[in-house]
Design a binder for this molecule. Structure first.
Ligand code: NAD
Ligand code: DAU
Length: 352
């Protein structure tokens, strides 16, 4: 094997797509999936590649520095693609400390371990931090986030991700660690945990449950198909300039209510329901506290400098996503038993 790459959070939604892409595209790399398997981590996401000769899974909680150091000593990684995180904004509002532990302390533990292992011998080494557009705060009805936009996080989740980004820069400035950051917009696609808007709505339409839209539904997000995010990470990890950051987005803005209506239309067609059936489930509920009005990414840097562009339109990506959920009802059943029920009741039952 020519290189060993750690992909943290590789059992999660985006991480599993990054692991699959790297395992299949780079058979000469050893890919080590570093994941604690929290409620969001699921090895079922990787069933198709788990027997690949260049793939290893290692259960590690990045909050624990001893576990992190042991994994670094065991595998001696040349590169780290860091996705492990607490990722859901609503959970960050009820349990902010979990986000500080994993997203801030966990990231610093990984940075320390890389610094210790590489000991200033940086040629061929890279620490790629996968971050979010939420670090930039909220936009009004116009404008875009660029790589120069000032950080202005609002939720505990985005504050923890902004903090982790600052630590990445601090380790570059202070120790010359070879880092790179990507800040991406909202992802959707297969294996998305049904706490997030799109998979939650698909799950609820399948089960004929109310579709909870926060506030007036006019909040706006820029959606990107998860496979295109994985392609962007591959591109930046291999071709990006050390020390730089790259925004990743789909130039694909949707107000939540319009997106939910499009989803209802596609679901009705695929399920053979009369038009308008799923729309009747739409229910406006109590707003998310501190809800950011709009995110929109200017992705011209990654497009112009590295030649990355999304490969599917939103309508195609959404259709592929719905097809995946309809073909993988067992996956959906597995992840929505147990703790999920309690989460769902706490989050929605008082407002629906
Ligand atoms: P996810 O919640 O689906 O997966 C997170 C993964 O991290 C899980 O496999 C989980 O088991 C693992 N994990 C959590 N805590 C851990 C710990 N202490 N130690 C080791 N592993 C741990 O998240 P996602 O949506 O796939 O997001 C992945 C990354 O991409 C995150 O860093 C997130 O901030 C970032 N991001 C996500 C989006 C999005 O739309 N989902 C957009 C931009 C950036
Ligand atoms: O922008 C990138 C971020 O996108 C990532 O960094 C986060 O990890 C990811 O979770 C996502 O954050 P959002 O808060 O934008 O995603 P979520 O799917 O939770 O919500 C999308 C929009 O839909 C948001 O405006 C809130 C709204 N919403 C969400 C849920 C779960 C509802 O109206 N109803 C809901 O039940």
């Amino acid at each position: 094997m020519s290189k060993t790459i750690f992909i943290t959070g590789g059992a999660g939604f985006i991480g599993s797509h990054v692991v699959r892409l790297f395992v299949t595209k780079y058979p000469h790399y050893r890919i080590v999936n570093i994941d604690a398997l929290t409620y969001a981590g699921n090895l079922e996401n990787l069933k198709d590649i788990q027997a690949a000769p260049n793939y290893v899974f290692e259960k590690v909680n990045i909050v624990n520095p001893e576990e992190v150091t042991a994994a670094f000593n065991k595998y001696q990684p040349d590169g780290i693609i860091h996705l492990a995180a607490e990722s859901h904004v609503d959970r960050s509002i009820t349990s902010p400390l979990d986000f500080v532990y994993t997203n801030v302390i966990g990231t610093v533990n990984l940075l320390n371990a890389a610094k210790e292992l590489w000991k200033d011998q940086y040629p061929g080494k890279r620490f790629h931090h996968v971050s979010t557009d939420e670090v930039y705060g909220a936009l009004g009805t116009t404008g875009f986030f660029t790589e120069e936009t000032k950080y202005d996080p609002h939720s505990p989740y985005s504050a923890s991700k902004a903090s982790s980004d600052h630590f990445i820069h601090a380790y570059a400035d202070t120790y010359e660690l070879p880092v790179i950051i990507t800040n991406c917009s909202n992802n959707y696609g297969p294996n998305h945990f049904p706490e997030k808007l799109i998979p939650l709505m698909i799950h609820n339409i399948i089960h004929n449950k109310p579709l909870p839209v926060y506030g007036d539904g006019k909040y706006t997000r820029d959606w990107l198909y998860v496979v295109d995010h994985a392609r962007a990470i591959d591109c930046v990890f291999h071709e990006g300039k050390t020390g730089e950051k790259y925004n990743v987005g789909g130039l694909n803005e949707w107000q939540n209510i319009d997106l939910v209506k499009l989803l209802c239309k596609q679901m009705d067609e695929k399920l053979g329901h009369p038009a308008g059936t799923s729309d009747k489930l739409i229910t406006f509920v109590k707003d998310r506290p501190g809800h950011d009005l709009r995110y929109a990414i200017d992705a011209s840097k990654i497009k112009n400098e590295l030649g990355w562009t999304p490969s599917v339109t939103f309508e195609q990506g959404l259709s592929l996503t719905i097809d995946w959920y309809l073909a993988n009802k067992e996956w959906l059943d597995h992840v929505t038993t147990g703790d999920y029920q309690q989460y769902y009741n706490n989050q929605y039952n008082s407002s629906i």
